[in-house]
Design a protein around this ligand. Structure first.
Ligand code: ZN
Length: 176
């Protein structure tokens, strides 16, 4: 496995709409290796999610997951995901992004979502998520559409450098 370079805001790959993976591509060594490398890159960067375009691969694939006890989200790889909000509840919370280093901001997201995708073996997954995992999934799917979390902010008033975030707003928080 290897650690991949992460594209930063300003690179056009982050603004492109990524293409779906064909079913017969999913099992190829190239894609399986990419998924392993994305997990390794995400963990190395202490992130909780990483999407294909963030590692210069304009394909509809992301990995996500965190092992902390408070916000348990099992590691998952999702291919060609489709996310639909359930109901109209939204909540605002802090987000960060590996492609926008050392910045945090508050973003409104649907509280509950339904997700359909393929897993890393091409098997269909259908699940619901709420709260923190729902936020992470929406952030990652946005990456596949060329959308960054700044685009989702209704006000930039909460934009904060990481150092100030840690000092004034929280002791935790990971990039996605
Ligand atoms: Zn991100």
């Amino acid at each position: 496995m290897s650690i991949l370079k992460v594209a930063r805001m300003g690179h056009p790959v982050l603004r492109r709409r990524a293409r779906p993976l064909e079913p017969d591509e999913i099992g190829t060594p190239r894609i399986q290796q990419l998924i392993d490398d994305m997990f390794e890159t995400m963990r190395d960067s202490e992130g909780i999610g990483l999407a294909g375009p963030q590692v210069y691969e304009s394909i509809r694939l992301f990995v996500a997951g965190v092992d902390d006890e408070e916000r348990m989200m099992p590691p998952m790889a999702m291919i060609n995901p489709e996310v639909t909000p359930i109901g109209s509840d939204v909540e605002e919370d802090w987000e960060g992004c590996l492609s926008i280093p050392d910045i945090r901001g508050r973003v409104s997201r649907a509280t509950d979502v339904k997700v359909r995708a393929l897993d890393r073996h091409g098997k269909p997954i259908s699940m619901t998520a709420d709260g923190f995992p729902a936020r992470v999934i929406q952030h990652e799917v946005d990456h596949l559409d060329g959308v960054l979390f700044f685009d989702r902010m209704t006000s930039f008033e909460s934009l904060t450098f990481l150092e100030e975030y840690s000092r004034y707003w929280s002791k935790s928080g990971e990039d996605q």
